[in-house]
Design a protein around this ligand. Structure first.
Ligand SMILES: [Zn+2]
Length: 154
C-alpha cells in the first residue's frame, strides 16, 4: 500500500479523487516527476499541482515471472509498466497494465488511467488500452539512450 509523505500527499489525494496530478513549476512551467520540492530545471520552490488528462503511451514494460517475496510470488506473472504522459512525455510514471493480456503489451500503445479503489481509503492508479492498438512494437529512438540503471525490488 502507498505510504504518502509531504512530497507525494497531493498526488495520492488526487488519485483518491480519481484525478492524475503532477507538480508544475510556477516559474518555468516544467512538470516534474517524481514529486520534489524544487524544480529540476530552474531550482524554483514555487509550484502548483495540475490535473492531467490521464492519457499516455506505453514507454516500456517488464513481465515479472519470479519473485523472492512470498506476497508477490502468487501473483506472478504480472506486468510493471512505465507510461509516458500525454501532456508531459518526459515524465514516465510506473504502474500496471490491466484489461489486456501481457502478451499484447507493446511499446507505444495508447493507454488511459483507471482508478482502482482497492479499499475505502486507498486508490491505486492503473492503465488500460485506449482505443485500438497495434500488435507490433513501435520503434522508438529513445531506446538508444539505454535502460535506466537500478535494481527493481519486488
Ligand atoms: Zn522551474
Amino acid at each position: 500500500m502507498p505510504q504518502p509523505d509531504f512530497e507525494t500527499q497531493a498526488y495520492w489525494d488526487g488519485v483518491k479523487n480519481h484525478e492524475l496530478r503532477v507538480p508544475k513549476c510556477s516559474d518555468c512551467g516544467l512538470m516534474r516527476w517524481p514529486p520534489q520540492l524544487t524544480c529540476t530545471q530552474c531550482y524554483s520552490e514555487n509550484s502548483e499541482w495540475v490535473k492531467l488528462s490521464g492519457r499516455g503511451t506505453l514507454y516500456t514494460y517488464v513481465i515479472i515471472h519470479q519473485s523472492v517475496l512470498p506476497q508477490w510470488r502468487e501473483k506472478t506473472p504480472f506486468n510493471v509498466i512505465q507510461v509516458a504522459l500525454e501532456e508531459a512525455p518526459h515524465i514516465q510514471i510506473m504502474g500496471n497494465a490491466v484489461e489486456m493480456d501481457d502478451s499484447d503489451l507493446k511499446v507505444g500503445i495508447p493507454l488511459e488511467i483507471v482508478f482502482d479503489d482497492v479499499t475505502p481509503e486507498v486508490t491505486i492508479p492503473r492503465w488500460r488500452p485506449r482505443g485500438s492498438y497495434p500488435t507490433t512494437e513501435m520503434p522508438r529512438a529513445i531506446f538508444a539512450l539505454g535502460f535506466p540503471s537500478g535494481t527493481l525490488q519486488l
